[in-house]
Every structure is written in structure tokens, then in C-alpha cells.
Ligand binder design. Structure first.
Ligand code: CA
Length: 364
């Protein structure tokens, strides 16, 4: 309160910068400090959905809190303001200033986008964050969305997902033949080449589609989210691991013009709110997947099983093919593929003698 009063009386920023009572670091002038912004955030997730929806809420809450209400963010769940798959366009046009989703939903905008969410047999959460923040990934992501007037920020990670729910056993590659499965992005293309039929649909439609038999299988996220959707009621077998989503990055989309209109301190609040949630969500998933897995097995008698080696070998080979082909789609995709695969090659060398070596050594 004191600060606001003072700012109101003092006026121009140059005066403030010279005043010892006020921090000069933000460079915010009196007029800028009084300016408030009512922002909308549209999301691809059902409102308040555990992990994903609440992650979006956390971004909004942190921006509002840290800015002392100078940016007031209102969150709209999937379908409340626009359908889930219109989130990107809505932020691009400026109808909403923020969006929360996953980059693989936007491959229709740019094939390169898929590298910023999840790559089958690609990098895990820890490796993705390393690439994005310290390996040039964020810069390439920004370049990919720039033609649409959208700025991306990493804003959550599910960690490795589960392979999915199947209404029949998958014992051989042939069992994938004709399998109609909800699986987005590159994983869907891999399934297609393995003989299946990938279907893309938002989370909110999964349960009913499984129940009616419109699809035979579905992946969603992991135990925490899959339990919340009640998927154990509509499929018998729960396969692991999520080869297609080894550490999915969620994103916050920011309308570039809206971002540019903010004073520097508020820009910092927007970017750092996302950075906080990016790490926080991974911690939450790691903690909550444990308890949810126990509930699924002990209370709902879910049959949890690994994909057979033969199936994984086939999917791995096809994934390599599918991912490398994206590089041929356009110049941006080639650039992102190069950066992603070079970084992965290096981090694999390191993780083989660090994370992998340790987990093997620990044995449980
Ligand atoms: Ca998924």
C-alpha cells in the first residue's frame, strides 16, 4: 500500500530511480505501476483437472499473486470459451492473452512443434528441461511460434507417461493390427505404421469413446490422471511404459503483442511463474502417480503389464523413422530436429553413466 501511494504521488520513473526508498531495479514508472491488465487464459484441459488443469491454474494464480493483482488472469477450461484444439488460434489472435496446452496439438501449424512436447523414445523430463533451458531449445521453440505472434514458455511436465489402456492383450506386433487407439502426435503416426489406427481427441472425450467401443485403446497420462478419469472402468489392461511420451512438456502460450505491452517486471513475472510451475508439476506427478498406482492395483485390480520386447523393438524402429522424417518437412523442422537429436546424443552418454547406472545399481 505504501509503495503504491508513493508511486502515485511521485510520478515519473526517473525520479523514482534516484530515490533510495524505492527499488530502482524494476524500472517501472508510476503510470506503469498503476496500469492493470485483465488477461484470459484458455486451456486444452478440462477445468481444474488434476495436474494439467491445476497446473494451468497455478500459472494464472502465481501471475496474479506475484504481480499484486496488476495482471489478473482468469482461467477458462476446455470448451468454456473455445474448444480445446482452438487454444492456439485464440492466443494467436489475441482473443485470449494466455493459453495452456501441449505443443504436439499444433503440428497442423508447424511440424516442428512436436519436438517441444514429446518425442517417442526421445528425451525424458530432466533431459527436456536441460535442452529447453540450456541447450537452445527455448530459442528454437520461440522461433517456431513467432510467425503466429505467439510466445511459448515451458509450463509443466508430466514425467514419463503410461503406455495406455487396452481392451485386449497386446502380445505380438500383429495385435496392433486394426487397433483403434487415442494417441496424439508422433506416437500416433508410429502406431499407424505398426498397423493401428490413431485417433486424436481431447481428454474429455476419452472415457465415453472407450465405453461405447468407438476406440479399442487409449493413452492419457499416468496413474494420477487416469484414475481421475476412471479409465480402469472401461479397459482391462494397463501397459507400461509410455514409450511415446517419455517426459511431456506442457506449455504456456503468450500472445506476443500482449507480452510486449507489459513493463519489464511483469514480463519477468509471467516467464518466471511458468518456470516455477514447470518444475512444480513434475514434482507433483512424481508424488501422486505413486499413490494412484497403488489404488489402481489394490482397489481396482488393474492388470499392469509391460509391452512385450517384440512390440517395443518394432515401435522403437518405427519411431526413429517417423521422427527423422519430420526433418524433411520444412527448414524449421530440420533445424529443430538437428538441435534435439544432437543434444539427446550427448545427454544419453552422460545419463548412461549417471541416472541409468544409478537406477540399475539401486535395484528398486
Ligand atoms: Ca498422453
Amino acid at each position: 500500500m505504501k509503495r503504491r501511494k508513493f508511486l502515485g504521488a511521485a510520478g515519473a520513473g526517473l525520479v523514482l530511480a534516484g530515490c533510495s526508498k524505492e527499488p530502482a531495479t524494476t524500472g517501472v514508472t508510476g503510470e506503469q505501476a498503476r496500469q492493470t491488465y485483465d488477461w484470459k487464459m484458455v486451456t486444452t484441459w478440462p477445468k481444474n483437472f488434476p495436474g494439467l488443469g491445476t497446473g494451468a491454474n497455478n500459472v494464472a494464480r502465481l501471475i496474479t499473486e506475484m504481480s499484486g493483482g496488476r495482471i489478473n488472469v482468469t482461467v477458462y477450461g476446455a470448451g468454456e470459451l473455445v474448444p480445446p484444439f482452438e487454444v492456439f488460434d485464440t492466443v494467436s489472435s489475441g482473443t485470449a492473452q494466455l493459453g495452456h496446452g501441449a505443443a504436439y496439438y499444433w503440428k497442423g501449424k508447424s511440424e516442428a512443434a512436436q519436438f517441444f512436447a514429446a518425442v517417442p523414445f526421445g528425451m525424458n523430463a530432466q533431459e527436456m528441461n536441460a535442452w529447453l533451458y540450456y541447450g537452445g531449445g527455448m530459442e528454437l521453440w520461440a522461433e517456431t511460434y513467432a510467425p503466429f505472434g505467439v510466445m511459448p514458455l515451458a509450463a509443466g511436465n508430466s514425467g514419463i507417461q503410461m503406455g495406455g489402456w487396452f481392451n485386449r492383450e497386446i502380445n505380438t506386433v500383429a495385435d496392433l493390427n486394426g487397433l483403434k487407439m487415442r494417441i496424439p502426435g508422433l506416437g500416433g503416426e508410429v502406431l499407424k505404421r505398426a498397423g493401428g489406427t490413431p485417433v486424436s481427441m481431447p481428454g474429455s472425450e476419452i472415457f465415453t469413446s472407450m465405453q461405447t467401443g468407438a476406440i479399442d485403446a487409449t493413452e492419457w497420462v499416468g496413474p494420477y490422471n487416469d484414475l481421475a478419469f476412471g479409465l480402469y472402468k472401461v479397459a482391462k489392461h494397463y501397459y507400461y511404459p509410455g514409450w511415446h511420451e517419455p517426459g511431456t512438456t506442457l506449455e504456456c502460450l503468450v500472445n506476443q503483442a500482449a507480452y510486449d505491452s507489459l513493463p519489464a517486471d511483469l514480463q519477468g513475472i509471467v516467464t518466471n511463474a511458468c518456470r516455477v510451475v514447470n518444475g512444480d508439476m513434475l514434482a507433483e506427478y512424481t508424488a501422486r502417480n505413486n499413490t494412484a498406482l497403488r489404488t489402481l492395483v489394490k482397489e481396482h485390480n488393474v492388470d499392469v503389464r509391460p509391452f512385450p520386447d517384440e512390440v517395443i523393438a518394432k515401435l522403437r524402429a518405427l519411431s526413429k523413422e517417423v521422427v527423422s522424417e519430420i526433418a524433411d518437412k520444412d527448414a524449421m523442422s530440420a533445424k529443430v530436429y538437428k538441435s534435439y537429436s544432437e543434444f539427446m546424443e550427448q545427454v544419453v552418454d552422460w545419463h548412461n553413466i549417471s541416472e541409468r547406472a544409478y537406477l540399475n545399481l539401486r535395484k528398486g
